[in-house]
Design a protein around this ligand. Structure first.
Ligand code: SF4
Length: 317
């Protein structure tokens, strides 16, 4: 098989993967759900990287977005609520050759999964973490999530969510050894593609918060943002994520921001009136836990047994 490049020359591959190779079961999200855009983008990024489907694994917790592994033609693991990240860390630590993706939502990651979220960012294992943030528990039909906007009427707070919403960007940026923090919207395909592609290419834990449409239970979370692109500021820099002219025409506010600048990233992350889009922060030199957890992976069974026996010897009386 072969792939045709822009200059009409040919790359010859032993196998050439099409989008269909990354597709899984019948998708059952609601019509108009932003999750479709993310799923299609993940398929495209994998196709463009020509990643063998059997070398990728999608891991999730519980929630609407956590159904993503079912819709992938790769390996997948649909885990427990809030536990996608520990599972993904485990997969990557034993199988560093696999390309690991995590799909998790605001309820799954920022509430019951808050502990694993913080520690996973610090461990900085090489994987992509996609946060489908729709500001609501959608699968269980409209309970307040940590990112529900203050005043949102939900089944758990029928008179309106009483607390200010958690800011996942400032929280993530505050974690020691965090290495990649980006924010994007699901309704702009070019930006979504470039952001997820950059996350996939980064070595370390790439945290991508996706502001995601849930037209069934939390239209008020994204509709005002869709209707008013001036609520956003697009971050642009040669060290950041490329933004096409078409993207910049839609979102008029564009600023230069070097993602190596942590203080600048925090400044944009804290601004809840004008929300940043693009790459807030990237640290290419952050420690990657894979470099530690991979040590000794190829040890033979005989050597493992010998090491265990040696360890036991120190307890001999
Ligand atoms: Fe998507 Fe909301 Fe439907 Fe869940 S409930 S599938 S998030 S539109």
């Amino acid at each position: 098989m072969f792939g045709i490049k822009a200059d009409w020359s040919l790359d010859v591959y032993e196998r050439y993967f099409t989008l269909g190779d990354y597709s899984g079961g019948e998708v059952r999200w609601c019509a108009g759900c932003g999750d479709f855009a993310v799923l299609n983008t993940v398929h495209r990024v994998l196709r463009d990287a020509q990643m063998p489907p059997e070398k990728s694994v999608a891991v999730s917790g519980i929630g609407c977005s956590s159904r993503l592994p079912h819709y992938m033609g790769t390996y997948g693991l649909h885990g427990l609520h809030g536990r996608a990240l520990p599972l993904a860390n485990g997969v990557k630590s034993r199988r560093p050759d696999l390309d690991v993706w995590v799909a998790t939502g605001d309820g799954d990651c920022f509430s019951i999964g808050a502990g694993p979220w913080i520690h996973s960012l610090r461990y900085n294992v090489d994987m992509v973490v996609l946060i489908f943030d729709n500001g609501i528990y959608g699968l269980t039909k409209k309970q307040t999530s940590p990112t529900s906007l203050s005043g949102t009427k939900t089944n758990t707070h029928p008179f309106g969510a009483p607390l200010p919403a958690l800011n996942p960007l400032t929280t993530s940026l505050g974690v020691t050894n965090v290495s990649f923090v980006a924010q994007v919207v699901d309704w702009n395909p070019p930006m979504l593609y470039e952001t997820i592609k950059a996350a996939h290419q980064h070595r370390g834990t790439s945290f991508v918060r996706i502001l995601q449409r849930c037209p069934v239970f939390s239209e008020e979370f994204t509709k005002p943002l869709q209707d008013n692109p001036d609520r956003f500021v697009v971050l642009e820099h040669e060290n950041g994520i490329p933004m096409s002219d078409a993207v910049k025409r839609i979102f008029g506010n564009v600023v230069e921001h070097d993602p190596l600048d942590w203080l600048g990233a925090m400044k944009y992350a804290r601004d809840e009136e004008t929300l940043p889009l693009g790459l807030l922060y990237r640290d290419p030199d952050a420690a990657v836990y894979d470099d530690f957890s991979n040590v000794g992976l190829n040890t033979s069974n005989e050597d493992k047994i010998a090491a265990i026996e040696k360890a036991f010897e120190q307890f001999a009386i």
